[in-house]
Design a protein around this ligand. Structure first.
Ligand SMILES: NC(=O)c1ccc[n+]([C@@H]2O[C@H](COP(=O)([O-])OP(=O)(O)OC[C@H]3O[C@@H](n4cnc5c(N)ncnc54)[C@H](O)[C@@H]3O)[C@@H](O)[C@H]2O)c1
Length: 273
């Protein structure tokens, strides 16, 4: 039986690959046979990860929200490797503040990284995937946008983040509508709270006291597995709900049903928020 999780021979671009969920997604992809293009602002961490991956991770240091860096990186990857099979729009930041105190700068920075950044990478990589689809390439393109429960239910002290993550869902569905006919699948995953540097401040008792929200915490490795259920095209196409979906995109929040409940595995998404 073929290994349905295999990413052998595929090239996957992962933004925000230097730590947290992005690092887990990148490491797991490499473990599954892919070559990973890792993008991150943090050059020290990204280059250290690349060194540990024995040439399987190509590091590109810069901001996802910088259009010139985006174009230059994607052109370089195309020239060096030829094809791109997957894109995981994962890079992210938080700039928390209650609504009445949030500055325009806090608002703009979060929108710029999560929303504009994801748009720029979707456009640049998607153009290549669409051309590949038109040329009849067998391996379908797959774009996975890392959204959040905050994008579905809002978030106390993070109107900027919740708005960006909701926007990402609209972007996902629009790309799925435009590009599924070219064999490019676009999906989102909405994680609850995952144990990464980003959530250090909201995993403590202090946060619980302020919001009254008890967090169920997932671990990055499990999020990586969820993402690769989507990146590995064969898996999604074998799933009935994906096949019957009119726009070729998994319903938001349905992904949890695709994750095997093997021994010792906790559900990483759909966390109780
Ligand atoms: N951790 C959670 O609980 C959780 C839950 C739902 C969704 N998410 C989303 O998952 C993604 C990853 O989160 P994480 O918890 O791993 O965060 P993290 O802070 O641990 O890692 C984010 C990475 O993105 C990089 N980055 C930030 N701005 C960048 C930019 N402009 N250009 C390039 N790289 C940039 C950082 O350097 C870092 O390596 C984010 O989009 C986040 O919103 C996280």
């Amino acid at each position: 039986m073929p290994d349905v999780m295999s990413l052998e021979g595929k090239t996957i671009v992962v933004t925000g690959a230097a730590q947290g969920i992005g690092q887990a997604v990148a490491s797991l992809a490499i473990g599954l046979g892919a070559r990973v293009v890792g993008v991150d602002l943090n050059g020290d961490k990204l280059n250290a990860l690349a060194a540990a991956m024995n040439g399987r991770l190509l590091p590109y240091v810069g901001s996802v929200a910088d259009p010139e860096f985006t174009e230059a990186t994607v052109s370089d990857v195309k020239a060096r490797i030829g094809a791109i099979d997957g894109l995981v729009n994962n890079a992210g930041i938080t700039r928390p503040a209650m609504i009445e105190k949030m500055t325009l700068q806090q608002w703009s920075e979060v929108i710029s990284v999560h929303l504009t950044g994801a748009f720029l990478w979707t456009q640049a990589v998607g153009r290549i995937m669409v051309a590949q689809g038109k040329a009849g390439r067998e391996s379908l393109g797959s774009i996975v946008n890392i959204s959040s429960d905050a994008g579905r239910g809002g978030s106390v002290g993070q109107i900027n983040y919740a708005a960006a993550k909701s926007g990402l869902l609209g972007m996902t569905m629009s790309a799925a509508r435009e590009w599924s006919k070219f064999g490019v699948r676009t999906n989102s995953v909405c994680f609850g709270v995952v144990e990464t540097p980003m959530t250090e401040t909201i995993r403590g008792d202090k946060f619980l006291a302020v919001t009254g929200e008890r967090q169920v915490v997932g671990i990055p490795f499990e999020t990586g597995k969820a993402v690769h259920k989507l990146v590995g095209g064969d898996v999604v196409q074998a799933d009935a709900r994906a096949v019957i979906d009119p726009i070729g995109s998994l319903g938001i929040g349905e992904l949890s049903a695709l994750i095997p409940d093997g021994p010792g595995e906790k559900p990483a998404i759909g966390a109780d928020r």
